[in-house]
Design a protein around this ligand. Structure first.
Ligand code: V07
Length: 248
């Protein structure tokens, strides 16, 4: 009886934080015999659909890998197009984000982005800074190794300045020096389009994340499939290297 009750409780819990690698936009365009940017545009539209759904079902943190530090090596016309998407997205969707009490933030090095992109995103961050619903986090010019390098440099600096001793370094301290210092680690990381890699996304934060891979292309990854993966997540046994009930 106790065992059953426990199972029932388990099915209630929703992940606090879902992170997504939104892959397959180029492949989607190719299948439709359209230019790659068409896939990016449809991918951006799908961000609205998934954000709306995550907010509706009560997810607290949604992190989206929108532009990686590696993406600069794409053709410059494609990079320019991608840099217009935040402005496009917010131009049409910011009122709904505000209405839904969504708080927009970013991780990554914003400094290297075009001015118009920085401006559009900064406005959304500012206009939503007091919201208390879904935290929508865009990883823009983000790389997990970059993040670790920056944090190691800051830690070194603080040791030099006498604010910190080397003996103080532990996992809690490192977490405080990451771009995600105020964000809990993701319970779920989902990658679309059939690639089985993390590709430099949330390297430190993914240590205990449940990983989900689907062949669905990002523009076609809908709310129903997200719900399905959340059901799968609940069925998985999360143990953090300890023992679960059955083993005790
Ligand atoms: C981008 C669409 C999703 C698929 C992956 C690549 C293309 C939404 C944004 C965005 C970013 C910041 C913000 C509001 C919206 C975005 C880029 C690419 C660079 F505040 N989609 N999306 N940014 N894609």
């Amino acid at each position: 009886m106790l065992g059953r009750k426990k199972e029932a409780d388990k099915t209630k819990d929703l992940p606090l934080h879902i992170a997504m690698i939104m892959d397959g936009n180029g492949r989607y365009a190719k299948l439709k015999r359209r230019p790659r940017v068409h896939g990016h545009y449809e991918g951006m539209q799908n961000v609205k659909r998934i954000t709306r759904h995550a907010s509706d079902i009560g997810i607290k943190y949604l992190t989206l890998y929108a532009f990686s530090t590696e993406n600069w090596s794409r053709p410059s016309a494609e990079v320019s197009y991608l840099m217009k998407l935040p402005g496009d997205f917010l131009g049409s969707f910011l009122p709904e984000l505000i209405e839904k009490n969504v708080k927009v933030t970013t991780i990554g090095n914003m400094d290297d982005l075009p001015k118009h992109t920085i401006k559009a995103v900064a406005k959304a961050v500012d206009d939503t800074k007091d919201n208390t619903g879904l935290n929508l986090i865009f990883a823009l010019n983000y790389g997990g190794r970059d993040e670790l390098i920056q944090s190691f440099k800051s830690i070194h600096q603080d040791i030099n300045d006498g604010k910190l001793k080397a003996e103080d370094i532990d996992d809690t301290l490192i977490q405080q020096y990451l771009m995600t210092y105020n964000i809990p680690d993701p319970e779920m990381i989902i990658r679309t389009s059939g690639e089985y890699r993390l590709s430099n996304f949330l390297l430190w934060q993914s240590s205990y994340s449940e990983l989900f891979f689907t062949n669905t292309l990002w523009p076609e990854f809908g709310p129903d499939e997200l719900d399905e993966l959340i059901i799968q997540y609940r069925k998985r046994d999360r143990r953090f290297g300890g023992l679960n009930d059955k083993e005790v």
